[in-house]
Design a protein around this ligand. Structure first.
Ligand code: FES
Ligand code: FES
Length: 156
């Protein structure tokens, strides 16, 4: 079954079973390896991408639901040479150890700051509640989100 949707602003068509997961399609058919597989059960948040601007678990989202929808992955934000201000803030705060969780956390941060440019610490904790970081860098992650919010407000 052909499914046409947009990924990081580019129109894509994939031939996949409608029950295939978005995560499978992103990683194994489109070669976008930035989105991570953790639990496969909506319990860790490592697979989170944006669908029409809202966080979604790519591990359980079926590709058949995504016709004409718009998906953004971490590859749609910035590059190693030109990181997005959110990615730069995570670098500046040294917020990752293994980094496995961070693609999902960065995407949830993007959704948060798009709708709320000046979140409180409680707002950030709530927005990131779906994410687990096994390395324990939580305090640095929270500081990184605050730093990113400040940077984006300054750039606006
Ligand atoms: S891999 Fe999707 S929530 Fe864990
Ligand atoms: S930095 Fe290792 S899981 Fe989050």
């Amino acid at each position: 079954m052909d499914i046409a949707f947009t990924v990081n602003g580019v129109a894509r068509t994939v031939d996949a079973p409608p029950t295939a997961s978005l995560l499978d399609v992103l990683r194994n058919r489109l070669g976008l390896m930035g989105t991570r597989y953790g639990c496969g059960l909506e319990q860790c948040g490592s697979c989170v991408v944006l669908v029409d601007g809202a966080p979604a678990h790519a591990c359980t989202r079926e590709i058949g639901t995504l016709a004409k929808r718009s998906v953004m992955t971490v590859e749609g934000l910035g590059t190693a040479d030109r990181p997005h201000p959110i990615q730069q803030a995570f670098l500046d705060e040294q917020a990752g150890q293994c980094g496995y969780c961070l693609s999902g956390i960065v995407m949830s941060t993007k959704a948060l700051l798009d709708r709320n440019p000046n979140p409180s610490r409680a707002d950030i904790v709530t927005a990131l509640d779906r994410h687990l970081c096994r390395c324990g860098t939580h305090q640095r992650i929270l500081r990184a989100v605050e730093r990113a919010a400040s940077a984006l407000r300054g750039a606006a």
